[in-house]
Design a binder for this molecule. Sequence first.
Ligand SMILES: Nc1nc2c(ncn2[C@@H]2O[C@H](COP(=O)(O)OP(=O)(O)OP(=O)(O)O)[C@@H](O)[C@H]2O)c(=O)[nH]1
Ligand SMILES: [Zn+2]
Length: 289
Amino acid sequence: MRALLLGRVLRRERYNVLVSYENSVYLGLVKKKVWEQEKVLVNDRVWFELITDSEVSVERTGGRKNYFLRPPVANLDLLVYVHSFKNPQCDVRYLDLTLGLATLQSISVLVLFHKADLLRDEDIQPWTNLYTSLGYDVMVTSVYYDLSALKERLRGKTLLLSGPTGVGKSSLVKALWKDAPVRVGDISRVGRGKHTTSWVELLPLDGTYVVDAPGFSLLEMPAMNPWDIQRMFPEIETTAKGCFFSDCLHLKEPHCAVKEAVNKGLIAESRYNSYLYYLDKQQEEAKKR
Ligand SMILES: Nc1nc2c(ncn2[C@@H]2O[C@H](COP(=O)(O)OP(=O)(O)OP(=O)(O)O)[C@@H](O)[C@H]2O)c(=O)[nH]1
Ligand SMILES: [Zn+2]
């Protein structure tokens, strides 16, 4: 048996992938069983065998430090979540979900409060204070501001840029890396939604790898239990230790330390509302299963 080589998946389409190994890129044919059982995600390490000069057979995936199925990507160094308060006014729920999902997998997150040119500093400051106090990394950005500190922060990382549609993700990529093959308002992307065949790939941009995943602008909530939802909100999880009932979900239970903390302003109401929203969503999903 020939020895297998270890490569990296740069791009994923239906049943095949592009695999980089040393300085070459190969078309990787994925065995049906491997595709179905292991999925094979963008940025996966994969063990492969050479078939021809340009084709390889992907035999299995290597270990993953983290992964998402939608978009199909693994081994992220950083999740960058872009939020704007105006044009569009985004719901912080999506921000809280992304932070929560990253927390569950111990992925570093960077929050960008973007389009800051449209707002006054004092409108953003309370939000920056909130998320910074929770231990998250926050930067206030605009394509009209100097982005060199952000570019430095991203250097060498493999990252996923997430955020509601229209928040400015493509514009940011274009502003950070002038020769990025990302077109602002690209018409060809329209319609490449959930049900159309599409590919996901890593864009090498000056030492940084950015996942290009059209149609997956926001992460989706996977199947979870109520305790996972609680773990997505570290300040709620910590405070819950003081609840009278050990299985308190912080809804209508008496002597709930979480609700007391919300009333006292120690836990932000917006965070508690996000928690309630995802708990409710989880329970709806659980009923369907
Ligand atoms: N005022 C202002 N407008 C911005 C900024 N960044 C992007 N925009 C504008 O916001 C609009 C949407 O930007 P895109 O980059 O297409 O947004 P996107 O997040 O990639 O959107 P999707 O591809 O739909 O997910 C465009 O009209 C941009 O010119 C900014 O910092 N300030
Ligand atoms: Zn409670």
